[in-house]
Design a protein. Sequence first.
Length: 191
Amino acid sequence: MPTLVTRFDITGTSSEVPAARRAIVEKTRAWGVPLDDDTACTVGVVASELVTNAVVHTTGAVTISLYHQPGRLLIEVLDTSSDAPLAHEAGVEEEHGRGMGLVGALAARTGWQHVERGKRVWAEIAVPKPPPLLRAAVLRRYFAARSGPYVHRVMQPFLPSHRAETTYRPQPTGLGWPGHDSPPEVGPQAA
């Protein structure tokens, strides 16, 4: 099953979180996913919490990637910290500390793993499947520009002055996500 991928960078400031959240929801809709208000809200909250967590607990640039296969949306955030994202119970009076708990409650699966220069935190959300004709039209756009085994098409940036890239990647086998057979299993730290 083909996977649609888009990736963009932010500098890592909290003022960029709302624009990143909107960009993720808009890109999901641009791929033909028929998001109702509840699902759009879920995608937005999960995206916002993952990006906010990266911005608040790290310094430097943050890379946000989206992977879409019919019925599944994976939001991935790469940051420069190697510290595990922890879900803990915030007190009634506390303003912070609920983000990863919300992600775990709203996403079908979540997880994280160390990478060379930090960590990768992800959440998979069940989304409605786009109508077959609309999905085919989206894929035709990428096949039209095809050169080699992958299609790389630089899109207009989602966020002002930030790099954005959309890629079509055919999946050779199974339902795995690009770069790995499937997202890592949920660990106790990301539950």
